[in-house]
Write a protein that binds this ligand. Structure first.
Ligand code: B12
Ligand code: SF4
Ligand code: SF4
Length: 315
C-alpha cells in the first residue's frame, strides 16, 4: 500500500480502536533527546537506575528496533470527572492509578491495531511499547504532533489537557509525518509555583524531590523527613502540577471504562489502609497501577500521610 494510504489507514484504525489522538513521526534521533544526558548527569533520576541503561537506544530508536522507519504515537485519555476528597484523613491516589492498569489496556489495543493492519498490509511489521522500553515517549508524542511538553514536563494537548497516557507502534514503513507542536505554556508558571517540594524547574524535574517518585519508585527506604512532611496525604503518585494547569480545564471524560475509579480508591480511609495485610493489599490493588508500589512501600506512604494528617490536626 502506498505511503499516504497506509498513513491514513493507521490513523483511522487507531481511532476506531479507541485511542483519542494519533500522530506519526519519522524514526530519526530527536533534537531534544540529548537533554536526557544532562538530566542523568545531574542525578535527577535518583534511584531509577534503569533510566541509565540502554542510553543509546533511548536516544536513537533505530538502535532499539533496526527496521524502524516511523513512530506512530497514540494518546489515551484517562480523565474521569471525579475529584479527590479534601479530607486529610483520606489518602490520595493519583488519578492515573484509580482504575485498571493502563499498560495492559493500551498494549491490548496496540496489538489489535497491529494485527488489523497486518491483515490489510502483510509486509507491515512493528513493535509496540507502553512505558515498557527505553523510548522517550513524551518527546515522540511532541514530534508526532500530539501535544507539547509543558513546564511540568508532562505532555499536554490542546483538546484534552494532560490526563493522557502515551504508547507507540514503531513500524518498518515510511509514512506521512505530522508537524511537531509548539509550546503553549506561555508565561504561565502555575505548576512550578504549586509543586510542594520544589521539584520543578521549567521543563525539568528533579525526580528525587517529586512525590510521585517518592511514593512509587523510592523503594525499601524511609523518605527524608523534610520531604515526607510535604507529601500531605498523597499515598501513591501526585497530581498537583496537573491539577493547577489551565489546559486541564479542557479535560473531558474518557470513553475507556477500565480507567473509571474502583469505588474505594477515591477516598480511602488512612486508618483502615494502615491495617492492611500483604494479602489484602495484593487482592485490593492487583488490577491497578498501585500494585507496583508493593505492600511495604505503600504502607510506608500511608503512615507518612497519617502523620501529616495528625500534625495538621494539632496545628
Ligand atoms: C521516569 C518516569 C517518571 C519519573 C520521572 C518523570 C520525569 N518527568 O522525567 C517519575 C517517577 C517522577 C514519574 C512521574 C510521573 N509520571 Co512518569 N514516566 C517516566 C518514564 C518511564 C520516562 C520519562 C523520562 O524519560 N524522563 C527523563 C527526563 C529526562 O525526561 P523528561 O522530563 O521528558 O525530560 C525532557 C525535558 O526535561 C526536556 N528538556 C529539558 N530541558 C529542557 C529545556 C527546554 C527549553 C525544553 C523545551 C525541553 C527541555 O528534554 C528532556 C529530554 O527527554 C515515562 C515513560 C517513557 N518511557 O517515556 C513515564 C511517563 C512520562 N509518566 C507518565 C505519568 C502519567 C506520570 C505522572 C503524571 C504519574 C503521577 N500522577 O504520579 C507523574 C508526573 C510527574 C511529572 N511532573 O513529570 C506518563 C506521562 C503522560 C503525559 N501526559 O505526559 C508517561 C509518558 C508514561 C506513559 N506511557 O503514559 N515518571
Ligand atoms: S508530581 Fe507533585 S511533586 Fe512531582 S513535580 Fe508535580 S507537583 Fe511536584
Ligand atoms: S501549569 Fe502552566 S506552565 Fe505548567 S504545564 Fe500547564 S500551562 Fe505550562
Amino acid at each position: 500500500m502506498e505511503r499516504s494510504g497506509l498513513s491514513a489507514l493507521i490513523k483511522e484504525k487507531a481511532r476506531a480502536i479507541g485511542f483519542d489522538k494519533v500522530g506519526i513521526a519519522a524514526a530519526r534521533p530527536l533534537r531534544n533527546a540529548s537533554y536526557l544526558r544532562e538530566w542523568l548527569q545531574d542525578g535527577f533520576q535518583g534511584e531509577m537506575h534503569w533510566m541509565e541503561r540502554y542510553l543509546e537506544k533511548r536516544l536513537d530508536v533505530t538502535k532499539l528496533y533496526p527496521s524502524a522507519k516511523s513512530v506512530v504515537v497514540v494518546a489515551h485519555n484517562y480523565y474521569t470527572p471525579v475529584d479527590h476528597s479534601r479530607d486529610t484523613a483520606k489518602g490520595k491516589i493519583s488519578r492515573y492509578a484509580w482504575g485498571h492498569d493502563y499498560h495492559k489496556i493500551m498494549r491490548k489495543k496496540l496489538k489489535l491495531l497491529l494485527s488489523e493492519l497486518r491483515q490489510i498490509e502483510p509486509t507491515l511489521e512493528g513493535r509496540l511499547f507502553v512505558d515498557s522500553a527505553p523510548v522517550q515517549e513524551k518527546l515522540w508524542a511532541r514530534q508526532a504532533g500530539i501535544g507539547w511538553q509543558g513546564k511540568n514536563t508532562n505532555l499536554l494537548t490542546r483538546e484534552m489537557g494532560s490526563w493522557i497516557f502515551l504508547g507507540e507502534l514503531i513500524v518498518n514503513k515510511e509514512l506521512i509525518c505530522d508537524e511537531p507542536l509548539t509550546d503553549y505554556c506561555g508565561r504561565c508558571t502555575a505548576c512550578i509555583d504549586a509543586c510542594p517540594t520544589g521539584a520543578l524547574q521549567p521543563y525539568k524535574l528533579d525526580a528525587r524531590k517529586c512525590i510521585s517518585y517518592l511514593t512509587i519508585e523510592h523503594r525499601d527506604k524511609p523518605i527524608a523527613g523534610e520531604l515526607a512532611a510535604k507529601m500531605g496525604n498523597w499515598i501513591f503518585g501526585c497530581d498537583i502540577c496537573q491539577e493547577v494547569c489551565p489546559w486541564n480545564s479542557f479535560a473531558r471524560e474518557t470513553k475507556e471504562t477500565g480507567y473509571f475509579p474502583e469505588a474505594d480508591n477515591i477516598e480511602p480511609e488512612l486508618t483502615r489502609l494502615v491495617q492492611m495485610s500483604d494479602e489484602q493489599f495484593k487482592k485490593r490493588f492487583k488490577k491497578t497501577p498501585v500494585f507496583r508500589a508493593g505492600p511495604k512501600n505503600f504502607l510506608r506512604n500511608v503512615r507518612i500521610a497519617l502523620q501529616n494528617h495528625f500534625s495538621k490536626e494539632w496545628e
